[in-house]
Design a protein around this ligand. Sequence first.
Ligand SMILES: [Zn+2]
Length: 276
Amino acid sequence: MSALSRRDLLAALSGLTVFGVGAADAWANAPAPKSVRKPAPLPRPKLVFLDPGHGGKDPGAQGVRGTQEKAVVMAIARELQKELLAGGRYRVLLSRNTDNFVALRERVARAQTVKADLFLSLHADAHPDPDVRGASVYTLSEQATDREAAALAARENRADAVVAGMRLADKPDNVAAALVAMAQRGTVNDSRRLADTIVQTLSRNGVRLLPRTHRQAGFAVLTSPDIPAALVELGYLSNPQDEKLLTVRQHQIALARALRGSVDAHFAAAAATRKA
Ligand SMILES: [Zn+2]
């Protein structure tokens, strides 16, 4: 189920639990007769939220030749932004627009505030073994997902939390827990499909990948309960070849094009599921 239709479903379910919202509103909102119905509005362009990792006082991984992760991921995020905007099908926002520090939870909060349809975090890795190279894609692990759901449903974290368009503060404990679990389960599945799509697209575009490329971890930036999210490690700055490639503009553009292909494929698959 897509994030959008899940939101609608959850909104409908929550409506059922509220007194006074029912038959009367349903009648009021009934569609107008066919003869005067306006043409269906064009679909809203999807909002892709790009998250270039690190920034400011946090340089991220450091390359053997001194390349800083925060700089290369920003360059690639900018290329990807250009690629996505060029087709006219997306709106794009970045979690940071300059070399500044933004806390991890703040990045997630910003994506939620603007109701992003997709969250893509961009990083470059480092490893003690300089021979390790290639890209990898992460989604939130099962354990971290359960932990986040429990934390979000807990009363003290509920004050400002909005899941699937509903304020958790207004909901009884069991309803809040059920809403979070439901939203999160669907989102985790969407995120995994997204990650697999990215792996396939990168591979098709000749990007070198780590073995067992789609991995799961407890990254804080992947914890939004209702936005499909993946974190891409674009290569290893600890590997001299990867470091060089990540700084070459041609390669940055190639990565951005492959990622744009992933985003296209993700939304095409979501639309096909909705129609089926
Ligand atoms: Zn990083």
